[in-house]
Design a protein around this ligand. Structure first.
Ligand SMILES: NC(=O)c1ccc[n+]([C@@H]2O[C@H](COP(=O)([O-])OP(=O)(O)OC[C@H]3O[C@@H](n4cnc5c(N)ncnc54)[C@H](OP(=O)(O)O)[C@@H]3O)[C@@H](O)[C@H]2O)c1
Length: 300
């Protein structure tokens, strides 16, 4: 299978690329070739890349992901997470008509929901974003759904990795520094490693039939946690594996969202129900703790 991966430097893009299998043809393109904030260049270069490489699948790991900053950069967030996808989808549509079918795999988010209740969200639940980032991602979904191309939208949440900026790395750093950490305990979800997301993508790449299963799916490990639970699990696992961390006097205390002010409002319930995905793609899902332990061990 020929895979064109848009965005090779982000957490998910990098993980997909690093899991590359022998015999697989993956071409990656980044911001310099496909600037999602420059419609003219994006259109021109995406047409060229598609014509030259002729992939079976395009994976879009590019997004505007700064949730708080999006409140101040609404236009840019919508440009990258929404309007650019109009260009990507229209080029793919034209290519599909003239050459061969290409499926677009795209990532969306739990932030399309308002976080009410405690039950995991299913793909058919009605989205109702609380913040600009969520609105821009929902708009992106709608662009793809109405584009008349084969697509798989994977809603994911609470992504961490050993790359770039994320919750795992910031807690790790603060634990190493020692002292007391205050972490929100009234937002629930499922910590999801970028490695897990990339494993699912590679599962899709193994089977051409999967690419025909157009739809919106939720991809999440098993289990539920608050950010406070996740931070405690990180501390516990680090302590088990590192004498250096055992010597640190780090302590984690719970706080409520209302006492931790952020520019963007966050959903209280970010749980995603993966049943549709598991049944459609015959994919086995591990618990978030098993997956987190694997990544934390890489840090140790
Ligand atoms: N992180 C999470 O917790 C989370 C949760 C739910 C859903 N998601 C979704 O999962 C997907 C992947 O997220 P991630 O955590 O891997 O994101 P990330 O680490 O922030 O990476 C974003 C990628 O987008 C690229 N990018 C940003 N602006 C660009 C532009 N103007 N032109 C071209 N490329 C640009 C970045 O390139 P540079 O490296 O060059 O800046 C980077 O490769 C996104 O669709 C995101 O919405 C993420």
């Amino acid at each position: 299978m020929k895979i064109l991966l848009l965005g090779r430097n982000g957490q998910v893009g990098k993980s997909i690329y690093h899991k590359k299998k022998r015999g697989q043809e993956i071409r990656t393109v980044g911001r310099e070739t496909l600037p999602f904030d420059d419609g003219y260049l994006l259109l021109k270069n995406f047409q060229l890349v598609l014509m030259e490489f002729k992939p079976d699948v395009v994976v879009n790991a590019i997004a505007y992901t700064n949730v708080d900053q999006a409140e101040e950069e609404k236009d840019l967030a919508f440009k990258i997470n929404g309007f650019s996808l109009e260009i990507i989808a229209s080029v793919i549509r034209k290519f599909n008509k003239n050459f061969k079918p290409v499926t677009l795999i795209h990532f969306s988010t739990d932030y399309v929901f308002d976080g009410s209740g405690t039950k995991p969200w299913v793909p058919s639940d009605i989205p109702k974003p609380l913040n600009t980032y969520g609105h821009s991602k929902l708009y992106g979904e709608q662009v793809i759904i109405s584009a008349d191309i084969p697509f798989i939208i994977l809603r994911i949440s609470w992504i961490y990795s050993i790359y770039s900026k994320n919750f795992l790395l910031s807690i790790f750093k603060r634990i190493k520094d020692g002292g007391t950490l205050r972490v929100v305990s009234d937002q629930i979800g499922t910590p999801t490693s970028a490695t897990f997301v990339s494993e699912f993508c590679h599962h899709l790449f193994k089977n051409f039939n999967y690419l025909e299963k157009t739809g919106v799916y939720h991809l999440s490990p098993k289990g539920v946690a608050s950010w406070f639970d996740f931070a405690n699990y990180i501390l516990l696992t680090l302590k088990k594996g590192s004498t250096l961390i055992q010597q640190r006097s780090s302590e984690i205390r719970p706080i409520l969202s209302k006492d931790y002010s952020t520019m963007a409002k966050r959903p209280k319930n970010s749980r995603l129900d993966s049943t549709l995905l598991v049944n459609s793609f015959d994919f086995e899902i591990s618990s978030w703790k098993t997956l987190a332990e694997r990544e934390i061990k890489k840090l140790i």
